[in-house]
Design a protein around this ligand. Sequence first.
Ligand SMILES: *[C@@H]1O[C@H](CO)[C@@H](O)[C@H](O)[C@H]1NC(C)=O
Ligand SMILES: *[C@@H]1O[C@H](CO)[C@@H](O)[C@H](O)[C@H]1NC(C)=O
Ligand SMILES: *[C@@H]1O[C@H](CO)[C@@H](O)[C@H](O)[C@H]1NC(C)=O
Length: 475
Amino acid sequence: MKCFLYAHFLCLCLLFSLEKSYGFEGRKIAENHHSHTIEVSSLLPSTACKSPNKVLSNNDTKASLKVVHKHGPCSTLNQDKTIAAPTDTEILLQDQSRVKSIHSRLSNPKTLGANEVKVIDATTIPASIGSGSYIVTVGLGTPQKQLSLIFDTGSDITWTQCQPCARSCYKQKEQIFDPSQSTSYTNISCSSPVCSSLTSATGNTPGCASSTCVYGIKYVDSSFSKGFFGAEKLTLTPTDAFSNIYFGCGQDNQGDFGGSAGLLGLGRDKLSVVSQTAQKYNKIFSYCLPSSSSSTGFLTFGGSASKNAKFTPLSTISTGPSFYGLDFTAISVGGTKLAISASVFSTAGAIIDSGTTITWLPPAAYSALRASFRKLMSNYPLTSAVSILDTCYDFSSYSTISVPKIGFFFSSGIEVDIDATGILYWSSKSQVCLAFAGNSNATDLLVFGNFQQKTLEVFYDGSAGKVGFAPGGCS
Ligand SMILES: *[C@@H]1O[C@H](CO)[C@@H](O)[C@H](O)[C@H]1NC(C)=O
Ligand SMILES: *[C@@H]1O[C@H](CO)[C@@H](O)[C@H](O)[C@H]1NC(C)=O
Ligand SMILES: *[C@@H]1O[C@H](CO)[C@@H](O)[C@H](O)[C@H]1NC(C)=O
């Protein structure tokens, strides 16, 4: 859409922001050991969904779901564009809030009050975490209803909006789940031990209404879901169904969930779907986030990693019960390891998160990365910042650009190359920014965000305690 030509017409700009897709195409025309060469025209966001041109075929007993970006053209949930997509600034500020809440959640672990069972007032629930960006579709209930849920490795509880929406439901594309129309739904009672386990899964003490357990979870952008805690049949693929999966049946829901029906929690806590399906999948799942919001990726439960996957152990530094911790050891830019003391990474600790957008580095690591990146990009004109992204370039007079490669090193000794599409955040042709930010405190956790995970197959093995990465998992 060419409406930037008419930028002074406010309405067209509004249209532009609605149709904009997130992440650029980043078609690579060449690559060497140290840099990626990218066509600038390919940075323009596409407004149409392309079908994926590479599908992983694997004979394992895998249960694979298609992954789409919450606000992109491959999501069928908001095609009438009735929900305005957030602007770059909104996305980045939401991301900053999510990371702040991850930091505070880890530095102030919630203390458990004895018998704190009451009805939850959603407005007083402390914010826990942002709601993530990628969507999959699963089946719930008997007969099963298709529901599109945001998946999030940084949170645990799975919930969907439920009839009769006693307090409030936000607008969703699919029919709102009605537990009274399902023969497999059961309420969880307040006295059930599984009700108490909501405290660690949500960070909030459960409530109780007419002896039914009440959950509540709040996300950073003042989104929340609150309702009855139930058990239901969850169908992940035609062959893989699970009875009595605990989930939240939301009666009071609010926020930007991209028209989706709720959230699929893939954290490490025992109430996550990963833990609840462990008997079958052994806490193994993998995903590939597409290179842009106009293509699709996958989320797979069970199975094995690609042969070329490189593994590193989950960290033993405590990152709380939900998060997947990793031990970073170094970062390279343009093929050279940055001179960052290993203690910078060990002091901060690190997690990988599907729901945080950009990667948030310890301050010393970010300044080293930025200095090296700016030096290698000194041929290109720097321009003003986009929100928290402070290293932005004006590419309006270039047809191709050369961008230094960036690699992450982990404690097992592996190096993971970030895909070309995971380095620069496209705001406009005259503002393309390094998609990293610095934490404000050296003790704050490093967060490996989803922007840098694009096209990697990321393989989680919660039983063996390791995470693997393979390039070219999807396009
Ligand atoms: C997949 O399984 C089928 C039958 O089990 C077998 O014939 C085929 O060789 C397998 N393909 C691969 C790529 O392993
Ligand atoms: C679940 O509990 C709520 C609150 O007590 C009640 O309104 C609802 O009818 C119950 N649903 C089922 C299927 O028992
Ligand atoms: C950084 O975080 C630590 C631990 O949370 C805190 O004690 C310290 O005051 C913080 N430093 C700054 C400059 O905010």
